[in-house]
Design a protein. Structure first.
Length: 169
């Protein structure tokens, strides 16, 4: 079973609806999910935001966060995930931002991707983030990062159900 199919099944079993906020993965996460029959009932929307201005305008990422931590940071990914849930009917968001390469940028190694997963349920909010490095070409990094984001979702959701990763709005 593909990771997208497993994720859709998990979303269905847990009554979750997803939105994505993607920069370096350029919509690949939501595309993978949308290839699974019946996924339309579990996908609310997908944002593809490359520029700092789009991150700020559409997802309410703070310019100060982008300046302080860099676009490729777990802090920016976290604000992207929170922003995706802000005006959404979804209860889970996945966000990605990173450097695909081939060249390093601002001292950050090509293949570095920052992720965030945000959940909202029972009037509570939960947030998890991490940074990973993936070898390969631009398209290989996009695919590996997209699959990683989906693979990690169930574990972070279970942690949220246990009360870990809380945040205040």
């Amino acid at each position: 079973m593909s990771i997208a199919k497993e994720t859709i099944e998990y979303l269905r079993q847990q009554s979750l609806m997803i939105t994505t906020a993607e920069s370096c993965t350029a919509g690949e996460i939501v595309m993978l999910l949308s290839e699974v029959p019946g996924s339309g009932k579990l996908i609310e929307c997908g944002y593809v935001v490359y520029s700092p201005q789009a991150k700020q305008r559409l997802l309410h990422v703070s310019p100060a966060t982008m300046e302080t931590f860099n676009l490729t940071s777990v802090e920016v990914a976290s604000e992207m995930a929170i922003g995706a849930l802000r005006d959404s009917t979804a209860n889970v968001a996945v966000a990605t931002t990173g450097i695909l390469g081939p060249d390093d940028m601002d001292g950050i190694k090509a293949g570095t991707v920052c992720f965030a997963w945000a959940f909202q349920f029972d009037q509570r909010h939960f947030l998890f983030s991490t940074q990973q490095w993936f070898p390969g070409s631009r398209s290989e990094v996009q695919t590996r990062a997209s699959e990683f984001a989906l693979q990690q979702l169930p574990d972070f959701h279970r942690r949220a159900l246990r009360g870990e990763g809380g945040w205040r709005q």
